[in-house]
Unconditional design. Structure first.
Length: 287
């Protein structure tokens, strides 16, 4: 339908330097960092994956998108990142006040948008240190050592595993490596696709504690999850995505208190009976 639009040349990497702001996902103000307006994404030009999705993510916050398998969560992130050719078919995506829908993925990345996919995107035959060095590719600033220390401080196990191949790491360690490499890009917007997937509950909690540390650097996080309990525990705001549509949006507390969210995503009574801490009920939603 439409060809890729070429952005104006950027000055610098557009990334954000880690810095302590004294609290993750706190009070934010000003225009949204990311504005998604009525986007529609199709596969094969006829299968709708997203229908009129509109969201606003403010700078410095953690925003979570919850939903079951097949809801369109991954498609949403891939659409923002420019990884789906000629998508979205309709609607607009603006980042920092600039329209970016239709941009090539490398141009989107240069703005400071970093996407960590569900499979983590590691080079499994390379070592931990080599994967981290790839996160520093193209950087020639004076903060490389500081940023590397930040990553090792957040995930000390990576220093111990520096000479180990990525494919030999546990699932939790691989997720830590993916997050560490992403942070070395100095993202303004960090997009994470189900970071708790396949992790033991204790390891998943450790990863989410790291997200709090990342948020305190001032990095905005767009978090896609099925594990509503963990996601709502760190997010400031969020939305429920089902069948390609946003059916509910609000603060983390508002979502956590919603009867339908509690029954469908958190489980009646809020117990931790499930290994992942969430249960998807067959009961029909009332939204």
């Amino acid at each position: 339908m439409s060809s890729r639009r070429e952005p104006e040349r950027e000055e610098g990497s557009g990334g954000r330097a880690p810095r302590d702001q004294g609290g993750g996902g706190g009070t934010v103000s000003g225009p949204p960092l990311l504005r998604i307006s009525s986007i529609e994404t199709l596969y094969f030009d006829r299968i709708y994956a997203l229908f009129g999705v509109s969201l606003e993510i403010e700078e410095g916050e953690i925003f979570t998108v919850l939903g079951p398998n097949g809801a369109g969560k991954t498609t949403l992130l891939r659409t923002i990142a420019g990884l789906l050719k000629d998508q979205p078919k309709k609607g607009e995506i603006a980042f920092g006040g600039r329209r970016i829908d239709g941009w090539q993925p490398e141009a989107v990345a240069r703005l400071g948008i970093v996407y960590v996919p569900e499979d983590r995107g590691l080079f499994r035959e390379l070592t931990v240190e080599e994967n981290l060095r790839l996160g520093l590719w193209g950087r020639h600033d004076d903060n490389v050592a500081t940023d590397r220390d930040f990553v090792y401080g957040m995930f000390p196990i990576l220093r111990e595993r520096a000479r180990q191949q990525a494919e030999t790491l546990s699932g939790g360690e691989q997720q830590m490596l993916a997050l560490g490499r992403a942070m070395l890009r100095r993202p303004r917007l960090l997009m994470l696709d189900e970071p708790s997937l396949g992790l033991a509950p204790r390891v998943a909690r450790n990863v989410y504690e790291a997200l709090g540390m990342i948020a305190r650097t001032g990095t905005t996080i767009l978090l896609v999850e099925q594990n509503a309990r963990l996601a709502l525990g760190v997010a400031r705001r969020g939305a429920i995505l089902e069948s390609g549509r946003v059916v509910l949006e609000g603060t983390a507390k508002e979502l956590g208190d919603d009867e339908n969210v509690r029954e469908v995503y958190l489980g009646v009574g809020g117990s931790d009976a499930s290994a992942k801490g969430w249960r998807l009920y067959r009961k029909r939603r009332r939204w």
